[in-house]
Design a protein around this ligand. Sequence first.
Ligand SMILES: NC(=O)c1ccc[n+]([C@@H]2O[C@H](COP(=O)([O-])OP(=O)(O)OC[C@H]3O[C@@H](n4cnc5c(N)ncnc54)[C@H](O)[C@@H]3O)[C@@H](O)[C@H]2O)c1
Ligand SMILES: [Zn+2]
Length: 393
Amino acid sequence: MKYTQNKYAARTPNFSVSYQYPVCFTKDLFNHSNETLIQTIAPLDTKSPQKIFIFIDFNVEISNPGLKKKIREYFNKYSSRIELSSSPVILPGGESIKNSWDYVHEVSTKISDFHLDRHSFVMAIGGGAVLDLVGFAAAITHRGLKLVRIPTTTLSQNDGGVGVKTGINDYGQKNFSGTYTPPFAVINDFLFLKTLPFEHFIGGVAEAYKVAMIKEKPFFDFLIKNTEKLKSRDQEAIEKTVYQCALIHLDHIENGGDPFEFGSARPLDFGHWSAHKIESLSAYSIGHGQAVSIGIALDSFYAWKKELLSKDEFQQLITGLLSSGLPVWSEYLEMSDNEGDLEILEGLERFREHLGGQLTFTMPNGIGRKIELHEMDVGIVEDGIIYLKNIKA
Ligand SMILES: NC(=O)c1ccc[n+]([C@@H]2O[C@H](COP(=O)([O-])OP(=O)(O)OC[C@H]3O[C@@H](n4cnc5c(N)ncnc54)[C@H](O)[C@@H]3O)[C@@H](O)[C@H]2O)c1
Ligand SMILES: [Zn+2]
């Protein structure tokens, strides 16, 4: 193609880079007889020990006494193949860690102090917030170190931790600064789910409803059938939920045709335009999973009113969410600005800005199928807020 009108013809480099990373599911990852980790990052023919720097979410550490000791023993057993660069560093858990650059610098300072290079590994053990932050720091330091994610919440195991995005919040906006950087590997250890407070245990189930609503009816039926089990923390039910939800996300990344989200559509963000706004209006006191539950309830009301879902399908979703212990309404939906406009509606413009391009919402079109809409009828959203409030009451 000619881009210049002089004798210096434009040259258009054209290449592609292929990515692959294993997402493993296990229990008791650092048990010395569990080879998932060692085989993933240091196969038998590894010439010299792989250098690894570990960051751990504070709440994971305190609720798993002995974790650091277990890690040390694991590394001792495989010392010819893996090596700890230093003793693991503990980072604060939860969304607040993503609200400034301070901890990005803490991670990059450690990478610098301990002379890690692009062949070294950074391992992050924690909830989605710690994974996003450490992943972001690892992605921009030396233009990218190898990241091993060990997600420890339901939501990070079945959604955030298995994907290709990193980021922190900036300028009051969710994930304003971030990258698309696939990890080196992800290892989900189901035993970590046992120490989660209920809110974070069930939060990830909202993301499971999200993908089921737009992608897989049998999975929706499974979730509806297992609401009581999920609410009572049945281990098998949550493992199946996490596994299936993670597979659907991975299938989308692998086969959806847009892993780095260059287009305007972002199906996996169904319900997220309001969810992100609710999170920031609540100063992140409402967890991502709970906000997503409210967001998909609101968008599903919209879909019902646009005759994309039947009333029965909408009711099934609401009953499923509520009886699993997830919310469908929050007072932040009703918050107004100085002009008396609903704050939540500002989430629409922020959402468009964040995605770039044309405003695009993914909505369910019958359970298990999706459709893209490019405008939102604000009156229906306002009706939905009142409707959901009355359900709750
Ligand atoms: N990168 C992505 O593609 C992507 C996708 C979805 C969500 N996210 C992000 O993930 C974050 C939400 O992640 P989350 O739901 O995991 O919440 P979180 O990281 O805030 O963790 C929730 C709480 O649980 C604690 N915790 C974590 N594991 C624990 C364990 N095993 N036992 C006891 N306590 C534990 C944490 O310290 C925190 O206090 C949000 O910032 C969201 O934007 C990212
Ligand atoms: Zn989400």
